[in-house]
Structure formats: structure tokens, C-alpha cells
Design a protein around this ligand. Structure first.
Ligand code: FE2
Ligand code: FE2
Length: 325
């Protein structure tokens, strides 16, 4: 897929205002939260006692819950894949310290804290077979993935808008469930990550909005194309040792559905919210193809809802290699 001159012009145009977006949607490192703010301090006398309390606090977390949290962590840990994917978008100049490459690097730097924090917490919890989890992480990064965007920034920004909202939902729900299980520290951890994801979602949605303002038909076609393909979660490519590709994800996804951490209904709600946020129904100056794409998109949530009503989530618990004991 090679881009038209228009797309490159649009990327340049939107990229010129990136410093404003950085100030609005990202936080400076010195004042931003860091993983150690939420973990026992190894330099303190009280460290071992705090670890003991941490371990006790995770006892009530269910099997499905721990499995989902491990899957979430691995997904966050595959950040090198996402950064390299975004850096490869047309309109991004790696050697340019400003503009889009600056955005992608700074976004990556914020995201990097998520896997770091969750990984350390899980390590201390004693609930996880860390080696199995680490193997899955290595697999996910080594395998890479194809999310159906190509090098097209329009498709990539649809993907990241969706993905940031999806991770916001799932981290928010794991925060709530942790609190219900009496694990306040983990609840805070998931909550603070969820709020990062929301800030990032706002940024990517803003980029799409800006593109809609100058290149509405092409942006609409990109949105339609991504939704026709379905937004594939990075976790889709999860693997465990000796398990066939695709199986680990489907069990992870079933566990997330059973817990209500991320469901088919959430997928539809996110699609719906994007239609509203981008005011898809009232975007002007669409060509014929753009109009047809809009018609498809506007009808999508209700069509997905009809299918979702008929699908059942399996109750079977699957023995993930990630869970200790
Ligand atoms: Fe994240
Ligand atoms: Fe994110």
C-alpha cells in the first residue's frame, strides 16, 4: 500500500501541531507517575513486610483474574512491536527529532511503564509462573503481528484510537475487580494505567478528528476498512509453550468475557462511541465512496449487536501455563 501525496501532506499538516498535542496528552517524565511509586521500596527496612502484605492481598484474586492480568501484562510488554510498527508509518521520519517521531517516542516512553509495573507486581505476588509468562512475552515480540493497517497512518490511528479505548476498559475493570477482592494496591495500579490509556485514546482520536477535517472521504474509507477487517487485539497473537497459535488467545478472551473485563459488548460500545465522538453522521463533503463507507459504519453497531446476542461464552476453565501452583 503506497500513500497518495495528499496523505503525506495531511500528515505533515497535522504533525506541525504535535508539540501542542504533546503538552495536552502526555506528561513530563519528572512529574509523571513511575512504577516504583506503586511498589514496595527495596531500599527500606520495611520492604519484606510490605511484600508479605502484597502477597496476602492477592490471595482472593480468582484464577480467571490472574490469567487475564497476565495476558494484559504480556500485551503491554510487547511494546517494542507497537513502537516499531508506528515508526514505520508513512509520513514519519525516524531521523527527525520533532514531529511524529517525537510523538511516537514519547508515547512509547509512557506506555513502557505499564508492562514494567504490572510485571513487577505479578513477580512479587507469587501467583504467577513467571518463566511461562516470560516465554509468552518473548514469543509475542519475536512473532510480531499484522494488524491490517499497513503503513497507512489513517488506518493506524483508527487502530490506536480503538486499542487505547479497549485497554482503558480492561484495565479499569481489573481495577474494580481487584478492589472487590480486597487488593487495593493492585486496584490503584490498574486504575492509574487505565487513566494513561484514556489520555492516549484522546490523543489518537484527536489526530483522526484533525484528518477528518481536511481529508474526510479517505479518512472515512480507512475507518470502514479497519472495521470490516475487525480490530484485532495484540493479544490475539499470544502463545504458550507447546500450545497451538490462537488457542491461548481464545482461552484468554473467554476468561476476560467471563469476568466482564473485556467483552463483545465492549467492542460494540467502543465502535459506537467512535461514531459519536467523530460525529460520523454529520461529516460533510464526502464523495460517493465516502458516503457508502459512512453508511456501512453507521449500521455496524446494531448489526454487531444482533450477532453478539447469539454467542455464548464457554464456562470451561483452561489450565494456563502462566498460573503458579
Ligand atoms: Fe498500555
Ligand atoms: Fe495504550
Amino acid at each position: 500500500m503506497s500513500l497518495s501525496g495528499t496523505r503525506l501532506d495531511v500528515m505533515r499538516f497535522v504533525g506541525e501541531k504535535i508539540d501542542v498535542s504533546m503538552d495536552e496528552f502526555l506528561r513530563p517524565a519528572d512529574t509523571n507517575w513511575q512504577p516504583s511509586d506503586f511498589l514496595p521500596d527495596t531500599t527500606k527496612e520495611s520492604f519484606l513486610e510490605e511484600v508479605k502484605l502484597l502477597r496476602e492481598s492477592t490471595r482472593e484474586l480468582s484464577y480467571d483474574y490472574v490469567a487475564v492480568l497476565v495476558g494484559d501484562t504480556i500485551t503491554e510488554e510487547a511494546l517494542p512491536t507497537y513502537e516499531s510498527w508506528l515508526m514505520d508509518m508513512e509520513g514519519v521520519e525516524q531521523e527527525n527529532p520533532h514531529g511524529w517521531s517525537r510523538w511516537i517516542r514519547s508515547w512509547t516512553a509512557e506506555e513502557n511503564r505499564h508492562g514494567d509495573l504490572l510485571n513487577k507486581f505479578l513477580y512479587l505476588s507469587g501467583r504467577v509462573n513467571m518463566r511461562a509468562m516470560e516465554v509468552s512475552t518473548q514469543y509475542l515480540i519475536a512473532d510480531g503481528f499484522d494488524i491490517g493497517t499497513g503503513k497507512d497512518p489513517y488506518r493506524n490511528f483508527i487502530y490506536t484510537s480503538f486499542q487505547e479505548l479497549a485497554t482503558n476498559v480492561s484495565h479499569r475493570r481489573t481495577a474494580t475487580l481487584a478492589k472487590q477482592a480486597g487488593c487495593n494496591q493492585l486496584s490503584k495500579i490498574c486504575g492509574v494505567i487505565a487513566s494513561d490509556e484514556m489520555r492516549h485514546a484522546k490523543a489518537y482520536k484527536d489526530f483522526v478528528n484533525q484528518i477528518f477535517a481536511v481529508d474526510p472521504s479517505e479518512m472515512m474509507l480507512a475507518f470502514e476498512d479497519m472495521m470490516r477487517k475487525k480490530i484485532v487485539m495484540p493479544a490475539h497473537f499470544l502463545r504458550e509453550t507447546g500450545v497451538k497459535l490462537g488457542q491461548t488467545f481464545s482461552h484468554f478472551s473467554d476468561a476476560a468475557q467471563r469476568l466482564g473485563v473485556y467483552t463483545t459488548q465492549d467492542y460494540i460500545d467502543i465502535a459506537d462511541s467512535l461514531l459519536v465522538d467523530w460525529k460520523i453522521d454529520s461529516i460533510a463533503e464526502l464523495n460517493d465512496a465516502g458516503q457508502r463507507a459512512r453508511d456501512y459504519l453507521m449500521a455496524l453497531p446494531s448489526r454487531l449487536r444482533r450477532v453478539a446476542d447469539r454467542t455464548k461464552v464457554p464456562t470451561l476453565e483452561y489450565p494456563f501455563s502462566w498460573i503458579a501452583g
